[in-house]
Ligand binder design. Structure first.
Ligand SMILES: Cc1ncc(COP(=O)(O)O)c(C=O)c1O
Length: 434
């Protein structure tokens, strides 16, 4: 099918809410490691990993071999949780090894949204409370409860009732909502979680949910000392701490598979998806036993949640990340990319801030570094220009002015240079017009 033909069908039959990147939509048909290819065979460097999903690289040979073998041997594709299969059991055991202390139960879903839905349900069941505290600028998924916990108007529908959710201020150092500077702020944002509980709830909560790096919000990166402070507050008011690692997990942002562990967050639950499956639809909710026990007596079911192919793929992704030292690579190449992007700030006034962890990096574009006016149109233009140069990047932020990089964890220094060259040239072209 041509891209125009696909466009016609999408226009006629897809929901109107189905958006696509680029003025002239891009059709992708093949992929290998860090590269994707359109229908004409043109190659692009994938600097956003699909949509923060490709951790081990596109079509990794070990994953291909495993899936082929399973099909050739007529391995069952679907079991649900009602029948046993070894892959889901192995994956659960493996993930628990990677989890923060005390977290020893796993449930598999198809997506990050469902993983968060389950976390909310479990927290409410375990505490007998209903109120969830989220952060402004957060994103936790597109199902009902997850959507209610999103701190972005873009994703909220007028018809969507938002019940039992209250929002704390964002830990957004570049645009501190308290007008403070990181060096002297005394973590006002962390203290605001307590004020929010005291002023907008009856004094007890079910849970607090936060991403260790706020992905859709534009890779807002709270300072490391934010988390222990907030964890104490959440526990003081009887709540469960849910760490949403849908974007940060699978080795992308930390020294280990889960950033929650590196940041020493005493999380009661961790949710995962995206990079865990490397393209396979799988999510996971990991939790402490006391929470799981509180759900006893009821049934939690997910038709495809523990099915063999996606569970086998996720387990293999963890093996590959370990065997190929991809976490170390994410740290090394991530640091190089971060330093180089900061270097580009010298020549490009459009870059207002560079932030992130590992290979989850963002650059916030502003029209003016003093006023920090959002450079939304320039961000879209940079995406277009990079695409023309064969480089795919993402964007995010409440006003769409943050370029986002979340490439496969196999990304090399040479790939980083290719990306930096495209960004450098693209920004020069845009700035020259101004
Ligand atoms: C932090 C975070 N949580 C949850 C989700 C929802 O995941 P999914 O789209 O797999 O339902 C996303 C998706 O972008 C996300 O970024």
């Amino acid at each position: 099918m041509t891209t125009d033909q696909i466009g016609e069908i999408r226009k006629k039959h897809f929901l109107h809410t189905t958006v696509h990147y680029y003025k002239k939509p891009l059709q992708l048909v093949k992929a290998k490691n860090q590269y994707v290819f359109d229908e004409t065979g043109r190659q692009y460097l994938d600097c956003v990993g699909g949509i923060v999903c490709i951790s081990a690289g596109h079509n990794h040979p070990r994953i291909k071999a495993q899936l082929k073998k399973m099909l050739d041997e007529d391995e069952i594709q679907h079991t649900s949780t009602l029948y046993f299969n070894p892959h889901a059991a192995e994956l659960a055991a493996r993930l628990i090894e990677e989890a923060p202390p005390g977290v020893d139960r796993a449930f598999f879903t198809n997506s990050g949204s469902e993983a968060n839905e389950l976390a909310f349900l479990a927290a409410r069941q375990a505490t007998g409370e209903t109120m969830i505290v989220n952060l402004r600028h957060s994103y936790h998924g597109c199902t009902s409860g997850a959507l209610s916990s999103c701190g972005h108007n873009t994703w909220r529908f007028r018809s969507q009732p938002v019940t039992a959710v209250t929002s704390a201020m964002e830990p957004y150092c570049y645009r501190c909502p308290f007008g403070k500077a990181p060096s002297s702020c005394e973590l006002e944002c962390a203290k605001n979680v307590e004020t929010t509980i005291q002023t907008t709830t009856h004094g007890k909560i079910a849970a607090f949910i936060a991403e260790p790096v706020m992905g859709v919000g534009g890779f807002i990166t709270p300072p490391a000392d934010y988390f222990p402070e907030v964890t104490k507050i959440v526990h003081k008011y009887g709540g469960k701490y849910i760490s949403d690692e849908v974007q940060t997990g699978a080795g992308r942002a930390g020294q280990t598979v889960l950033l929650t562990k590196d940041l020493e967050i005493d999380a009661d639950m961790v949710t995962m998806a995206k990079g865990l499956g490397n393209g396979a639809p799988i999510g996971a909710t990991l939790m402490k036993s006391d929470i799981a026990e509180a759900m006893s007596g009821k049934m939690m079911f997910n038709t495809f949640g523990s099915d063999p192919y996606q569970a086998a793929q996720a387990k293999l992704v963890l093996d590959i990340i370990h065997d190929e030292h991809l976490i170390e690579n994410a740290q090394t190449v991530g640091k190089y990319l971060m330093d180089s992007l900061k270097g580009l700030m010298k020549t490009h006034p459009l870059i207002g801030d560079v932030r992130g962890r590992g290979l989850l990096l963002g650059a916030e574009l502003v029209k003016d570094r003093t006023t920090k006016e959002y450079a939304t149109a320039e961000t879209s233009e940079l995406m277009e220009r990079c695409r023309d140069k064969g480089v795919l990047i993402g964007k995010g932020g409440l006003f769409g002015n943050v370029i986002r990089f979340a490439p496969p964890l196999t990304f090399t220094r040479a790939n980083a240079d290719e990306l930096l060259k495209a960004i450098d040239e693209g920004l020069f072209e845009i700035e020259r017009k101004q």
